[in-house]
Design a protein around this ligand. Structure first.
Ligand SMILES: *[C@@H]1O[C@H](CO)[C@@H](O)[C@H](O)[C@H]1NC(C)=O
Ligand SMILES: *[C@@H]1O[C@H](CO)[C@@H](O)[C@H](O)[C@H]1NC(C)=O
Ligand SMILES: *[C@@H]1O[C@H](CO)[C@@H](O)[C@H](O)[C@H]1NC(C)=O
Length: 304
C-alpha cells in the first residue's frame, strides 16, 4: 500500500469509530479523576457518627484539680480512660496537685493546669475541668469536642448533688480559645466552692453558650457515681471579708496572673493509664486575699 492509501484507510477508521473514541477518552479521564480525588480524601468516611467523626481530629486535655485524694485518683483514672476510649475521644489526663499549705484553690489549679497543657501537651484543642470524685456511668454522656460553646457534662439534672440552673461545676468542657478568652477562672477563691459560679458570669459576659446533654435514660441517681466519702469534709470556712468578696464578679484575676510554681512533674501509670501529675505550689498575697488561710497561726499578729 502506498502512504496515501494508509492515510485514507486510517481516515475511514476514524470516521467510523469517532464516537467510540470520544466516549473512550471521556471514560479514561473520568476514572482517573475519581481515583485522583478519592486519594486526596483521607478523612474518616463515617460522617454522621459523632464520635468517629471526632476521632483523630480533636484531643481533650482533662485537667483535674487535686489534693490528698489518691484512693479517688486510683479509681478515676482507669474509669475515665475506658469511658473515653469507648467514645473514641483522644485524651490526656493532667492532675494538678496543690502542695502548698494554703486552702484548696480550684480556680488557680485549673489555670495552672491549663498553662501546663498548653506548654507540654500541645495537641489538645479542648479542655475538660474534671472533679476527681465524679465518675460518668452513662455512655451517652458525650465528651466530644464542643465547638465554640462550653459543654456542661455534670448538668444539674444529672449531678447527684447540685441542681440549680446556673450550676456549671463538676465537669465542664470548653475549647482552648474560649477558655483563654475569658481569662480562665478567678484566683480569689480559697476554700470550697463558688469559683465555678464566678466562671459562669465570665462565660455569660463572653457570650459563650453553655450546652448540656440532651435527653438521657438516666437521672441524678444513676448518671454519675460520686465517690466523695462522707468522711471527707468540705472546707466551707469563711474568714476576713471572704464571704462578701466571693459574691462579686472578679475582673482582675485569672489565667494571666495566676501566681504559682511547678515544683515537679511525675508521669504516673495507673492500670495502664497515663497520667501527668503536676505538683503546684500556689502563692498567696495576703494583702489581697487574706482568707487563703483562716487558721489562727496565719492571722496577722495584731489579731492575736
Ligand atoms: C512543662 O513541663 C515541665 C516539666 O516536664 C515543667 O517544668 C514546666 O513547668 C511545664 N510548663 C508549664 C507552663 O507548666
Ligand atoms: C444510649 O443511646 C442509645 C441510642 O439512642 C440507646 O439505644 C441506649 O439505650 C442509650 N443508653 C443509655 C444507657 O441510655
Ligand atoms: C503511655 O506512655 C507511654 C510512655 O510514654 C507510651 O509508650 C504509651 O503509648 C502511652 N499509652 C497511651 C495509652 O497513651
Amino acid at each position: 500500500m502506498r502512504p496515501s492509501a494508509i492515510l485514507i484507510a486510517a481516515k475511514n477508521v476514524i470516521k467510523k469509530f469517532k464516537y467510540f473514541f470520544i466516549g473512550w477518552c471521556f471514560t479514561v479521564l473520568g476514572i482517573s479523576a475519581i481515583v485522583y480525588f478519592s486519594s486526596l480524601d483521607n478523612k474518616p468516611k463515617l460522617k454522621y457518627d459523632r464520635y468517629k467523626r471526632e476521632d483523630g481530629h480533636h484531643k481533650l486535655c482533662l485537667i483535674v484539680p487535686f489534693r490528698d485524694r489518691f484512693e479517688e485518683l486510683l479509681e478515676f483514672a482507669p474509669h475515665i480512660t475506658k469511658f473515653l476510649d469507648r467514645q473514641r475521644v483522644k485524651h490526656h489526663i493532667t492532675v494538678v496537685n496543690q502542695i502548698d499549705e494554703f486552702r484548696f484553690n480550684r480556680g488557680s489549679l485549673i489555670n495552672a493546669g491549663f498553662k501546663f497543657v498548653l506548654a507540654n501537651i500541645t495537641d489538645c484543642d479542648y479542655i475538660g475541668m474534671h472533679d476527681v470524685d465524679l465518675l460518668p456511668l452513662n455512655d451517652n454522656i458525650s465528651y466530644a469536642y464542643p465547638g465554640d460553646d462550653a459543654f456542661h457534662v455534670a448538668s444539674p439534672n444529672l449531678h447527684p448533688r447540685y441542681h440549680y440552673q446556673t450550676f456549671i461545676g463538676g465537669i465542664l468542657l470548653i475549647n482552648r480559645k474560649q477558655f483563654a478568652s475569658v481569662n480562665g477562672l478567678s484566683n480569689r477563691y480559697w476554700g470550697w466552692g463558688m469559683e465555678d459560679d464566678e466562671l459562669y458570669l465570665r462565660l455569660k459576659e463572653g457570650k459563650i453558650k453553655v450546652l448540656r446533654p440532651g435527653k438521657l435514660s438516666t437521672d441524678i441517681t444513676n448518671s454519675f457515681r460520686h465517690i466523695h466519702g462522707p468522711k471527707r469534709k468540705r472546707d466551707m470556712v469563711r474568714c476576713f471579708n471572704q464571704a462578701r468578696v466571693n459574691m462579686k464578679r472578679d475582673r482582675l484575676t485569672g489565667l494571666n496572673n495566676v501566681n504559682y510554681g511547678v515544683t515537679s512533674v511525675n508521669s504516673l501509670v495507673i492500670d495502664n493509664c497515663n497520667v501527668s501529675l503536676v505538683n503546684v505550689e500556689l502563692y498567696c498575697d495576703r494583702q489581697v486575699t487574706p482568707w487563703c488561710s483562716c487558721g489562727v497561726s496565719s492571722f496577722p499578729t495584731f489579731f492575736r
